[in-house]
Write a protein that binds this ligand. Structure first.
Ligand code: 5GP
Length: 191
């Protein structure tokens, strides 16, 4: 019998390193993949359409909402972000561990609509470290960084709704912890 796949929600305040954590996990596991989200925000330097995101207009995004094409979507920092449902479900059905790397409101929608999904909140060690990481990234204006920090405080307050909370202090340790969660959750599903 084919191994069952699963959906993993990985949520964290912006700048907490969730993409890096995912990259490291995909180096040690060949059964993980990432859902590519659609967004209306502008691409940053080096970001590619269809790889980092599908960069689309608000009009197209709203058309996809109308057609019920999103598993979830949310408005974050004045832009839309959403998970195309079809591709994510196809990955899970083919036995993959499909990561949704999304913000808190969208994460909560997936928890409600897909109760089988495993939810993980990646916690920054503290707010000072988060601020330093956002500034070092050099991709947002001071105003946007402040806004992202405000959203982060809110997100941290509701971290208890997630199945697991992992602190991203040392990358290797956080990756190890998440891999242990994946192993245990897969065992439950394939028992
Ligand atoms: P960024 O602009 O830094 O790429 O992303 C901003 C936030 O939106 C991050 O927390 C990121 O995880 C989240 N995000 C990315 N894609 C999605 C999505 O499809 N749905 C939701 N709800 N959030 C997303």
């Amino acid at each position: 019998m084919r191994k069952k796949g699963m959906m993993v929600i990985l949520s964290a305040p912006s700048g907490c390193g969730k993409d890096t954590v995912f990259r490291e996990i995909s180096k040690i596991r060949d059964d993980v993949c990432e859902s590519v989200s659609a967004t209306t925000r502008q691409p940053r330097d080096g970001e590619k359409n269809g790889v980092n995101y599908f960069f689309i207009t608000a009009e197209k995004f709203e058309d996809m909402i109308e057609k019920n094409e999103f598993l979830e979507y949310a408005c974050y920092n004045r832009c839309y972000y959403g998970t195309p449902a079809k591709a994510a479900m196809e990955m899970v059905n083919s036995g993959k561990i499909c990561f949704l790397i999304i913000e808190r409101k969208g994460a909560q929608k997936v928890m409600k609509n897909c109760p089988d999904a495993v939810s993980i909140f990646l916690m920054p060690p503290d707010m000072e470290t988060l601020e330093k990481r956002l500034k070092k990234r050099n991709t947002d204006s001071d105003e946007q960084i402040l806004n992202r920090l405000k959203i982060a405080e809110d997100e941290i307050k509701s971290s208890s709704v997630f199945d697991y909370v992992v602190v991203n202090n040392e990358l290797e340790k956080a990756v190890d912890e998440i891999n242990t969660i994946l192993i245990e959750e897969l065992e439950k599903r394939n028992a």
